[in-house]
Design a protein around this ligand. Structure first.
Ligand SMILES: O=C[C@H](O)COP(=O)(O)O
Length: 219
């Protein structure tokens, strides 16, 4: 079985703040070295700088489609780069954006050589945003987010149909929502995705490092 890509979103959980967040980043880095599985962490925006230089890819949870200038309170892609960030989630279910802005974000990130992961809540949305040619589209049914019920098992159809909906071979499909175990990751791969986007199953686990390890135990 091919190796999955694992995107770990720290959201705004207190369990991922400060030292605890950095320990999680280090644990992900160690696991990546051990297994060769690509793991990307997405800490909270104000803390991104503290995750720089640990030999693991760090992405933002959000970016705004802006150029340097007067945009108080926005997240400038170039600032993310200065923090060692090499990509970003866009249009997460908890931070939606109009389609035009999604497109602009993807284009700006591409111009800067950064990776884009656009989240989508439906097959129609997957089809729409994949036309913007992001690096990844992540299908996430909102009702399963944070539920502990894995999308790859609860709604395999939405995953396979999302994979079918993306006709551009350069746009890879991830799935997310309720993923917490190695068997969920395995199911996601079997449905044709290249990996998973997850948060609570690891960040809020009693033992996040053990949960992270379990995630890559799927053979
Ligand atoms: O960004 C992550 C997704 O919203 C999934 O969250 P979850 O793993 O807590 O269900």
């Amino acid at each position: 079985m091919k190796k999955p890509i694992i995107i770990l979103n720290y959201k705004t959980y207190t369990e991922s703040l400060g030292d605890k967040g950095r320990e999680l980043t280090w644990a992900a880095r160690d696991l990546m070295r051990e297994t060769g599985i690509r793991i990307i962490v997405c800490p909270q925006t104000p803390e991104l700088h503290h995750h720089k230089g640990y030999d693991i890819e760090v992405f933002a949870q959000h970016v705004d489609p802006i150029e340097p200038g007067s945009h108080t309170g926005h997240v400038l892609p170039q600032t993310l780069q200065a923090c060692g960030v090499t990509g970003s989630l866009i249009n997460h279910s908890e931070d939606r954006m109009p389609a035009e802005k999604i497109k602009q974000c993807v284009e700006i990130l591409r111009k800067l050589g950064m990776t884009s992961i656009v989240c989508a809540e439906s097959i129609e949305k997957v089809k729409e945003v994949s036309a913007f040619k992001p690096d990844f589209v992540a299908i996430e049914p909102p009702e399963l987010i944070g539920s502990g019920i894995p999308v790859s098992k609860a709604d395999p159809d939405i995953v396979t149909k999302s994979v079918e909906a993306v006709t551009d071979p350069n746009v890879k499909v991830l799935c997310g929502a309720g993923i917490s175990k190695g068997e969920d990751v395995k199911a996601a791969l079997e449905l044709g995705t290249v990996g998973v986007l997850l948060a609570s199953g690891v960040v809020k686990a009693k033992d996040p490092k053990a949960a992270l390890k379990d995630l890559v135990t799927f053979t």
